[in-house]
Every structure is written in C-alpha cells, then in structure tokens.
Design a protein around this ligand. Structure first.
Ligand code: EPU
Length: 422
C-alpha cells in the first residue's frame, strides 16, 4: 500500500489549480440515468470515487468514455439493462445510493444495496427512502437491499426533510425531475453541489426553481435530453490547499478559487490571522506576521463551516496561539484524526462532538494512520508544519478525494513524496 512522506517545511509559494468537485461529480454522474441522450461532464476530477461511480453506472448499462485524461466523461444511458446496484460496489462508496432516484424515475423500479456504516458515523439513508415514498414509490427492505417500485411512475409530492441532508436532497431532485406534477422540497440542502446539480438538470430540460435556498420546487417533465456541463470547483480541495500556506507561511494562489463557495471558512481564516484575497485567477492566501491565532469552529450545513474541512482546520489550530474549540455537528464520529495528531505532539481533548485544541509551538513528525479521506489530508497538512518526517499510511483514502496531492503540493515547494508499497 502506498504511503505519503512529508517533511517539515518552510514557506510555500506559487499556484495550485483546483479540480472539479468530487461531491458534485458524484451526483451529476447518476443524472445520466434520467435520459436516453448523452450527458457529458467537463472539469471532472481524476479520483478513485469517480472510478467507482463509473463502475456502478456501467453495471447498470451506461456507456462511459473518459477523455482528456479523465477530465471529460461522456456518458450515454440509452438502454439500461440492469436495475440492481450490487452490494460489492455500493459498499465501497455511500454516494452509490444516488442511483436510486434516477433509476426509479426512469424505469419505475430499482434495487439498491444499503450502503452500511462508514468510518465517520452510522450515516443511515432513511431520508432518501422517505423522499422516494413521498413521490409515490413503494419501498421494501430485504436481504440488505432496497427494492423500490413506482407503478405508473413517480408522482410529484411534498418532501419536508426533518434536517438538512445533501444526498437526500440530491436524490429527491433527480427523481422529481421526471415525476408527474409538482414537487416541493422544504428544508433542502443549499450546498454549491446542489446548485450545480440543478444547473445541469436544467440544461437537460428540467424545470426547477429555488436552488441555493431551503425550498426547491420542481415541475416534473416527461423526458430529459442530453447536455454538456462543467463540474463546479471543489470547495473542499480549495479550502484544504488554502491551509497549506496558512500552516507553512508564504503566498499561494488557488486557481479557480471562489469566495462564495467558502465564505464561512474564509471568515475563520481571517480571525486566525490568515489573509485571503480575490486575485486575477482565484484566491490568494498568505499568513500575516506572527503566530496563527486560536479560533472556535462549529460545523454546519452550507453556508456554515463545512464538516469536510474540520479535520484540516484542526491541523492548523494545533500550532495556534491559544485554545480553540471545534464542535462537529454533522457526523457523530469525525474526530479520528485527533489521536493521530496527538502522536505528533498536538494537545487535543475530545468529548463527544467537541474537541478542545491547545496550540503547541511545534509538532513533531511521526508515522500516522489515515482513517478517512479528510483525516488523511489533515495529517499531511500537520506534517508540513512538523519538525522531521511524517509518514502517512493507508493513503488509499486520500486518492478517493484528492488528485495528485503530492504533485500539487510539491509544485509550491512542499517536501512531500509518495512511496509505492508492494
Ligand atoms: N443522514 C441521516 N439519514 C439520511 C441521510 C443523512 O440520518 O437518510 C444524516 C447523516 O448521517 C449525517 C447528516 O444526516 O449525520 C448529514 O448527512 P448528508 O446526507 O448531508 O451527507 P451525505 O450526503 O451522505 C455529503 C458528502 C459528504 C459531506 C456531507 C455533509 C457526498 C458524496 N458526500 O454526504 O462528503 O461530509 O454531505 O456536507 O456528497 C467527504 O467528501 O469527505 C464527505 C464525507
């Protein structure tokens, strides 16, 4: 298995290009199932999660041609010859549940394996299933699979989510686009990935209003056509690389970066003493003079501080001046990076969903274990701030969500390399 070796670094300078968003691409790809005509995504990220979604769609009958080294995905779901999303693929990636809504809408039935637990919490799919029921589907859970049927097709309905779910909002949008009549989703997620999905569905001919707000109204249409759509910039990759100069000093321009995607995070960086400004080709980040200041962070649905940047922010705060309190409100078990950071000399106390971080002057390099995607990259960031060498093991998590991480960081002067295992 590959490892990433990081050595404590001086200032970083230069530019890092930001890829298309993993979590947008993972919901845009299943949109191909809604139409007989081709859907082409440009600016797709080159990641193992995208390969997993491609394998799942191919198993259902979608033809996918990957062009420009994987940056362009041309998909055609002219004929779907299988309606079952198998456990062997679904268990690898929770986002597989996003094929349920479009398959049900187009074919009237779908069988999708339940994804099961994952490292960052139990993560049930009850809201996805309730949304399908609100559109008239009958759901039967047996043998670890959801058997969903909509005799006569899906019908528009009212979907009122008890709390915000990104994935359930996406599944509801995909399904309601082809349902008969009007669907109103209340307490909908407002994430940029939702807005991107709506833009793509609209290009395909869907009639949707209210994306980016808590109430989305969908007027179902009989059929959707083909489209070409560029995947929105990855705000989590953006935030992650913004933290590299914040931790090491120097000045780095994040190409394609946009403040509107990441406002709450930028406010916290500013409070910590990190400068973020809009520049010609994106966002430029530099550390102001002196030590980073402690800040408190609470994760929330968009437009709040994203849970997917909590681990990376913790890496910054490990060497800040003072005590920071991080509250994780989205997932119940998302502090697994804390014990690994402690191995590097960080002072962190975790109680339930709250982590208290008391900054130390310097971290010390150590061998550490990556437990999930965002935890892995937080350990790399911490390694950049540490004295000596940090070896991050189990980097397959990293490859799910960051393309060429070692190339992007070494291009701005980081001492980082990948060591290939047997
Ligand atoms: N939840 C339920 N029932 C459901 C769905 C969700 O109880 O049916 C709970 C979850 O367990 C969680 C909360 O609701 O506690 C919010 O989960 P949400 O559904 O919003 O998350 P998701 O759609 O499963 C996406 C991203 C995650 C990101 C979250 C929150 C994708 C593929 N994944 O997950 O990304 O953390 O939204 O923003 O879009 C990552 O990229 O590292 C990652 C984990």
């Amino acid at each position: 298995m590959d490892r990433i070796v990081v050595r404590g670094n001086g200032p970083l300078n230069g530019q890092i290009p930001i890829a298309g968003a993993k979590n947008a691409c993972l919901t845009l790809m299943p949109a191909t199932l809604l139409s007989e005509e081709p859907l082409t995504l440009t600016n797709a990220p080159r990641l193992s999660d995208i390969a997993t979604m491609s394998a799942l769609l191919r198993s259902l009958g979608t033809e996918i041609t990957s062009m420009q080294d994987g940056k362009v995905l041309a998909m055609s779901s002219h004929g779907l010859d299988n309606h079952k999303a198998d456990y062997d693929i679904v268990r690898k990636m929770r986002a597989s549940i996003l094929v349920l809504g479009p398959m049900l809408a187009r074919e009237g039935h779908a069988i999708v394996s339940l994804p099961g637990g994952c490292a960052i919490g139990a993560r049930p799919v009850d809201l996805h299933l309730k949304a399908m029921e609100a559109l008239g589907a009958e759901m039967d859970l047996r043998d670890g699979y959801v058997h969903a049927t909509a005799r006569g097709g899906l019908k528009g309905g009212k979907i009122d989510f008890p709390f915000v779910s990104v994935g359930a909002t996406e599944n509801a949008l995909l399904a309601a686009s082809l349902a008969k009549g009007t669907t109103v989703i209340t307490n909908a997620a407002r994430e940029p990935e939702i807005v991107d999905l709506v833009h793509c569905l609209r290009r395909m001919g869907a009639q949707i209003e209210g994306e980016g707000t808590s109430t989305i109204t969908i007027q179902g249409v009989d059929r959707l056509g083909g489209a070409t759509h560029p995947v929105v910039v990855d705000r989590i990759e953006l935030g992650t690389y913004m933290l590299a100069p914040a931790i090491c000093g120097g000045e780095v321009e994040l190409l394609g970066g946009r403040i509107d995607l990441i406002g709450a995070f930028c406010e916290k960086l500013d409070a910590a003493g990190i400068s973020v400004r809009e520049s010609d080709n994106g966002l430029t980040v530099a550390r102001k003079n002196g030590r980073t200041k402690a800040v408190d962070v609470t994760t929330e649905p968009f437009p709040g501080f994203p849970t997917d940047l909590q681990a990376q922010m913790m890496a910054l705060l490990c060497t800040a001046d003072g005590t920071s309190v991080l509250e994780e409100k989205i997932f119940e078990n998302r502090f697994m990076h804390a014990p690994e950071l402690q191995r590097m000399g960080a002072h962190i106390d975790v109680h339930g969903g709250t982590a208290t971080v008391t900054g130390v002057e310097t971290l010390k390099g150590a061998p550490v274990m990556a437990t999930d995607l965002r935890a892995s990259v937080s350990l790399i960031l911490a390694g950049l701030a540490a004295e000596g060498e940090t070896v991050v093991n189990r980097v397959y998590h990293l490859d799910r969500g960051y393309e060429h991480v070692e190339d992007k960081l070494s291009a701005v002067g980081a001492k980082i390399e990948r060591v290939h295992g047997e």
